[in-house]
Write a protein that binds this ligand. Structure first.
Ligand code: AGP
Length: 610
């Protein structure tokens, strides 16, 4: 996720802002920029792709004296990482600067309108449109112009805005993306998270949905977008800088698990129209190829391959095309038949996994149309693909994937619907059902996260000394079982198997006893009854049963020793919710065992070697 820092007060803004950006480096970024209004009232803007040191070098020796400014680290979502796409973005008059975290859903419409009205937009970003809209709305009061502009924006944002002619003033606004105000002695701060400003103040206001903050050195006033004053009580932060980087959570993984509702919101943003239809404009370069495809091959590794299994099932069910997943390391040396009618979908959060890139390259050489699904703008996989769908999940720091799994599943289901629409195989009734489920997904994830205490205080302690765990599922719940087992073994170093439940009796059932529990992903599905029969076979061997079930399924409560209830959703999206208690289970078992959750032994976040 991008980082925001703002300052207004009596001190030199430049060093405070650069230090703030350094504190935000841990969030991941691909470019950085700074804007300062100097003592003469001139606007100084500098932006650089790459590391913060590039920006520091560019402004060394020439940072103007300034008492107000904004700075940003960007993690690209619209437009590749480059100097011009970095923030701050500036309006036509060169007076207004904007920095932004999040995604503006209707950015294309806004940009088109602005261009038609004579504005010249220089970058490929959604953010630049905001600067020009504020320019149109400006009538001597930057907060008022920002509020008018916010009413035209759809999507998610944390924004910071500054006008050259109001040189002690900053405006911040939030919708769905965090933004915090820092209150100092005769100075005020704005930041995407407290880590950036903790060295200067511990008195903060966490802005709430729809808040617009008007910052001056002597204090801050907060209104809603209509300009009506709202009361927000400042709080005092006790966190250390290290804890602040993790948003107050003990680890990045726990933070990222809790970021899943926001990540899902961002992933869905821009892919459902106001009229409730699924739209995947990113597919335009492969429209023709999608219509003539006869097969779909998905290629991925690890967690991404489990998400791809759900993607393959979704594609097969809504398009009728045969679709299957092969892990990259196997595909590479034993590829399936590939030609121009084989649509290849590469799924990789980092976009740099060697085992996924090599087979994609091979498929490309054989003439296959390629779609990449990745979290990382500018990554290697994007150069191999004809079309790219970004997860828009924000950077993931913990080695174990969490928010990128749920956004991969969601994006692949949306992609499946997009393919089916191009091929005319998605009925409008099925599309509406899917849209309804997608819209409810972030709130469902929030509810599933309420299980944290139950898992921490109950399940993890009760089962931590088990000899191993057998995770089972059937149909769409099977990949969730695989991912649940992978999470547990990755971070707790406890042995865990993921199996299709029907296979238990063909061998692995011999492992089960009172010390080897069965973890059943038993959410609602067409094969639910079959799965329950398999669970009963395990129980008959004394295995304790931990289940993930759909709220309201009383029968499951009578069969299992422990159940984590998650909200009902569309069958294809059920792993998005059922994985959450399993992530929490892996996490708390690992804590009980005292392992390094964020950096588990022997593992790397991005596996760029074969
Ligand atoms: C997930 O927890 C793992 N760290 C690992 O399986 C990962 O998903 C795999 O290496 C693929 O990475 P990618 O999505 O970046 O290609």
């Amino acid at each position: 996720m991008c980082g925001i820092v703002g300052y207004t007060g009596p001190r030199e803004a430049g060093p405070i802002l650069m230090e703030g950006l350094r504190r935000l480096e841990y969030r991941g970024y691909d470019s950085a920029g700074i804007a300062l209004v100097d003592d003469q009232g001139d606007l100084f803007v500098e932006k650089r792709a790459g590391k913060l040191s590039n920006l520091a070098t560019a402004i060394a020796e020439r940072t103007p004296h300034a008492a107000v400014g904004l700075a940003h680290t960007r993690w690209a979502t619209h437009g590749r990482p480059s100097d011009v796409n970095a923030h701050p973005q500036v309006d036509c008059t060169g007076r207004i600067t904007v920095i932004h975290n999040g995604i503006i859903e209707n950015f294309q419409e806004l940009r088109d309108g602005l261009e038609a009205r004579g504005h010249r937009l220089l970058s490929e970003t959604d953010t630049e449109a905001i600067a020009h809209l504020i320019e149109e709305a400006y009538d001597g009061d930057i907060a008022e112009a920002a509020r008018k502009t916010l009413q035209q924006l759809e999507g998610a944002y944390a924004l910071a805005v500054m006008h050259r002619d109001e040189n002690d003033r900053l405006v911040g606004a939030r919708k769905d993306v965090p933004l915090v105000v820092g209150l100092g002695e005769g100075e005020s701060f704005l930041a995407s998270d407290v880590a950036a400003i903790l060295a200067h103040t511990r008195r903060v206001i966490f802005l709430e949905e729809g808040d617009v903050a008007d910052l001056r050195p002597e204090g801050v006033t907060i209104t809603d977008v209509q300009g009506r004053p709202v009361e927000r009580v400042p709080e005092t932060i006790e966190w250390t800088v290290e804890a602040a980087e993790k948003g107050g959570y003990d680890t990045f993984m726990l933070k990222e698990i809790h970021e899943q509702p926001l990540a899902l919101r961002q992933s869905i943003t821009g892919r459902i129209t106001r009229a409730g239809r699924i739209e995947v404009p990113e597919l335009e370069p492969v429209w023709g190829a999608v219509r003539t495809a006869t097969r779909v091959e998905l290629v991925a590794c690890g967690t991404a391959s489990y998400a791809a299994m759900i993607g393959a099932a979704a594609i097969q069910s809504v398009t009728g095309l045969p679709a299957r997943v092969t892990v990259g390391s196997e595909f590479r040396y034993d590829p399936p038949p590939l030609d121009e009618h084989t649509l290849v979908i590469a799924v990789t959060q980092s976009g740099e996994t060697a085992d996924t890139i090599a087979p994609t390259r091979l498929a490309r050489e054989r003439g296959c149309p390629i779609i990449a699904v990745t979290n990382t703008v500018g990554s290697a996989i994007t150069r191999e693909a004809d079309a790219v769908l970004f997860l828009q999940a924000g950077p993931e720091m913990a080695v174990a994937a969490s928010k990128t799994f749920v956004t991969q599943v969601t994006t692949l289901v949306i992609l499946a619907a997009g393919l089916a629409k191009l091929r005319g195989t998605l009925s409008s009734g099925d599309e509406s059902q899917l849209v309804e489920a997608l819209r409810a997904l972030p709130a469902g994830a929030e509810r599933a996260l309420e299980l944290n205490e139950h898992v921490a205080a109950g399940l993890a302690r009760r089962y931590v000394n088990s000899r191993g765990f057998m995770f089972v599922g059937r149909g769409p719940t099977y990949p969730a079982a695989l991912e649940g087992a992978l999470k547990l073994k990755e971070i707790s170093y406890v042995h865990a198997e993921g199996y299709p439940a029907g296979e238990l009796k063909h061998g692995p059932i011999s492992l089960l006893d009172a010390e080897y529990p069965l973890v059943a992903v038993a959410t609602r599905s067409p094969t639910y009854d079959k799965l329950i029969s398999n669970v009963m076979e395990g129980r008959a061997r004394d295995a304790r049963v931990i289940a993930v079930g759909t709220e309201g399924d009383d029968g499951l409560g009578r069969i299992a020793d422990d159940v984590c209830w998650v909200p009902d959703t569309h069958e294809l999206l059920s792993p998005v919710l059922s994985i959450i208690p399993l992530q929490l289970f892996a996490y708390h078992v690992a804590l009980e065992r005292g392992t390094d959750v964020d950096q588990p032994r022997n593992l790397a976040k991005s596996v760029t070697v074969e």
